[in-house]
Design a protein around this ligand. Structure first.
Ligand SMILES: Nc1nc2c(ncn2[C@@H]2O[C@H](COP(=O)(O)OP(=O)(O)OP(=O)(O)O)[C@@H](O)[C@H]2O)c(=O)[nH]1
Length: 412
């Protein structure tokens, strides 16, 4: 893994961790909200049960005190009674009881609930804007209404459920034009937002720690992988350069004799299996000894490099090979017929001649030239690849002895 890849993977990894953190925090918040609304719903249902108990008894009597004054909106016979010992009692109906409980609850736990209706008998039971919205929703068939909203600038999780008129209710509400099953109003339950703040901040802290740990472990793993990979690639590069040294001629950077031998054997076997012709060109620089003698060995090396570069330009196909055979000799192996190899040989000869590399001591040209011996065989089981080499060598001998700077073909 190179530096850039390591950086990209690290950024991707950290982005994934950030996404996971954000997703889980949001999910936990939603979960906490669901729990709070569920609590509010249970609170509402519990209140309804208590109210039912009260209405089943037609209300309950309690001593009249400063906090429990007779309910002026309760128009029933025997609302206030006196015990023989003189104690004054007043009837507490479900609505009155709910209001009293609401006061206790708000002062105690901070949970607020409010019995309300769109047409309240008691002005204090008037619905606030949010409750009015909920009551309108009940009128359209909603069975409950929830929202995270604010009361007096403070966040509250609010739940509201409808109150339906039953036969016990009619004992007190007989004067109203209502029937059993009608929605008489509702009770809103409001839980302070701060109820879940502690839970959420605790979860966020835990998630932050676990995500930081996972991010660090991931980065460490990436770092180790990157280090291991760069070590491996260093080894590979080293092995590759050893391999190149083993198979490349260091002067011309062409494949060397060892590579050529292996290549020829492999191509020979393949051509034998598939019965197609294999051709070879042996190439030798003309009067190279004289070139060396005249210009010096370093110039001779330079000449070999230039000839090698020029010849190499014609070999792009993976099935063809040009190699430095040894000394000032080059060798070509190609999977083609005799006509094609003759054409290629002539192209190579002209390519070297048109380099116009001055040769001060050549008998055939003022420039460096080459002689080429060409041979083609369709390999068979009873032949050897050395036969092809021998034929090409004999053709080269012919080219040399018939004047140099030419192509000669092996003739049986
Ligand atoms: N500079 C240099 N010369 C080399 C290298 N390898 C072989 N030679 C020289 O190549 C020359 C080959 O000479 P010969 O085999 O006599 O052939 P020639 O002079 O080219 O004559 P013909 O091939 O008959 O045209 C020798 O002088 C070798 O020293 C090399 O790597 N560098």
């Amino acid at each position: 893994m190179k530096g850039v890849s390591f950086l990209i993977f690290s950024v991707l990894w950290l982005a994934m961790i950030a996404f996971s953190f954000h997703y889980q925090v949001e999910d936990d918040k939603k979960y906490a909200e669901r729990v709070v609304f569920k609590q509010a719903e249970m609170f509402f249902k519990h209140l309804v049960q208590i109210r039912q108990w009260n209405s089943q008894h037609g209300g309950v009597y309690a001593p009249i005190t400063v906090n429990t004054a007779p309910n002026p909106y309760l128009k029933v016979p025997n609302r206030d009674v006196s015990l023989p010992n003189g104690i004054q009692l007043t009837l507490i109906n479900p609505a009155y009881m709910t209001r009293q409980l609401a006061e206790l609850e708000e002062n105690g736990s901070g949970i607020r609930f409010h019995i309300t209706s769109l047409t309240p008998i008691r002005p204090e039971n008037k619905a606030d804007d949010w409750e009015a919205k909920a009551l309108q929703a009940f009128a359209k068939g909603a069975s409950f209404f929830t929202e995270l909203t604010d009361i007096g600038g403070q966040p509250f999780y609010r739940y509201m459920g409808p109150l339906k008129l039953d036969s016990d209710c009619l004992k007190c509400h007989a004067d109203q034009e209502s029937e059993v099953g009608d929605i008489r109003g509702g009770i809103s339950v409001s839980l302070p937002g701060e109820f879940i703040d502690d839970f959420v901040s605790d979860r966020v802290e835990r998630l932050r720690k676990s995500h930081l740990l996972i991010a660090a472990v991931g980065l460490l793993a990436l770092l180790i992988a990157s280090w291991a990979q760069s070590k491996l690639s260093r080894r590979l590069t080293k092995a590759q350069s050893h391999l190149q040294l083993a198979y490349l001629d260091s002067l011309t950077l062409l494949p060397n004799r060892r590579y050529y031998d292996a290549f020829l054997r492999r191509e020979w076997k393949r051509a034998t299996r598939h019965h197609y012709p294999l051709s070879m060109i042996m190439i030798d620089i003309d009067f190279f000894k004289a070139y060396n003698d005249n210009l010096g060995h370093p110039e001779g090396d330079q000449c070999l490099r230039q000839v090698g570069r020029t010849l190499r330009r014609y070999f792009r196909r993976s099935g063809d090979l040009i190699a430095r055979y040894g000394g000032e000799e080059f060798c070509v192996v190609a999977a083609c017929d005799s006509m094609q190899i003759m054409q290629l040989a002539e192209i190579l000869r002209m390519a070297v001649e048109t380099m116009k590399l001055p040769h001060p001591d050549s008998n055939v040209s003022q420039y460096v030239t080459i002689s080429l011996g060409v041979a083609t065989l369709i390999p068979a089981e009873n032949m050897e690849c050395g036969d092809l080499l021998l034929h090409a060598d004999q053709a080269l001998y012919k080219a040399k002895h018939s004047g140099r700077n030419r192509v000669a073909k092996y003739q049986v």
